[in-house]
Design a protein around this ligand. Structure first.
Ligand code: AMP
Length: 291
């Protein structure tokens, strides 16, 4: 698997491919690839001629004290995983290559960051959108693929593409889970054996609480049920549990609307996030899950 480390070579690679009429799919990641990333790569490979997988742990989206230094990295394994899923080339620039000087400009989301991870990680999505926009400029893909596992990120990227009239199409890929329901994540690596046993309760909490959605049930009741499940069944600390409309991320919940129940749970060395997206039921109906 070819690994490109410079922006110049990456740009040349995709320009050449595009000039011969090839469609470029792009999967941005922070590496330590697992079956979730591979699902994105497989989807991209089905829909495009070439798939660029970027591997870049972006310092701009980590606050001091977060896990930038300890974020797991393994480029050799990533090469094998990307190739097996149908990736064509890996773009793995250094931080100096991406940020040779301090940035004079950043992409700042104007809405949708006062909830979920945006509230608990101030500035995080400024870093995410800035690097995603840079990568879009470098790679110039036809379609870029994002997981609904990071649902707020996906919503903000879709907003950015829409509001900045970017030509990149955004592909949504549903969350890939372990057999016990735990969403695949590079950060699962940092769980202790005991924490790993408790971690599937994050999905269980969301699933059990969202199944209660219906007439006479408020968002607060669902959030409280999920929170109670987490505090009863795990030793992690609940960062947030929120029920919002999706992808607008407002409290404006109503029958028939698509909603997201999302949570973040902090273990000692890993902060895990997960969500369920479903239709808020009307009358006697029950929640219809979408992802
Ligand atoms: P990351 O490397 O964690 O930044 O993730 C890169 C991309 O993979 C993002 O679009 C994520 O939403 C997506 N992703 C991460 N975990 C999963 C998963 N379990 N299922 C599907 N997509 C995922």
């Amino acid at each position: 698997m070819k690994v490109i480390e410079t922006i110049q070579e990456m740009t040349h690679y995709t320009e050449t491919a595009k000039s011969s009429g090839q469609r470029i799919g792009f999967v941005p990641t922070m590496g330590f690839l697992h079956a979730g990333h591979q699902q994105l790569i497989e989807t991209a490979a089905e829909e495009n001629d070439i798939v660029v997988v970027s591997i870049f742990v972006n310092p701009l989206q980590f606050a001091p004290g977060e896990d930038y230094e300890t974020y797991p990295r393994d480029l050799s394994a990533d090469k094998r995983a990307a190739k097996a899923a149908g990736g064509s080339v890996i773009f793995a620039p250094s931080a100096d290559e991406m940020y040779p000087r301090s940035m004079s400009v950043r992409v700042l989301p104007a809405q949708g960051t006062d909830v979920l991870c945006g509230r608990s990680r101030p500035g995080h999505f400024d870093g995410v959108l800035t690097v995603v926009q840079k990568l879009f400029h470098i790679i110039d893909p036809d379609t870029a693929y994002f997981g609904t596992k990071d649902a707020q990120q996906l919503a903000l990227v879709e907003n950015m593409v829409h509001d900045l009239n970017s030509r990149v199409r955004i592909g949504r890929v549903p969350t890939v889970r372990e057999a016990d329901g735990l969403a695949k994540s590079s950060r699962n690596e940092n769980l202790t054996i005991e924490e790993r046993k408790e971690a599937p309760e994050l999905y269980q909490a969301l699933y059990t609480a969202s199944a209660q959605a219906g007439v006479g049930i408020s968002a607060e009741m669902i959030e409280a049920a999920a929170c109670e499940h987490l505090t009863t069944h795990t030793r992690g600390s609940v960062d947030y549990v929120e029920l919002l409309t999706y992808p607008e991320l407002t409290k404006d919940i109503a029958p028939g609307k698509t909603v997201i129940l999302a949570a973040a749970l902090k273990f000692r060395h890993a902060r895990l996030i997960d969500n369920l997206i479903f239709t808020w039921p009307d009358n006697e109906g029950t929640a219809q899950f979408k992802a």
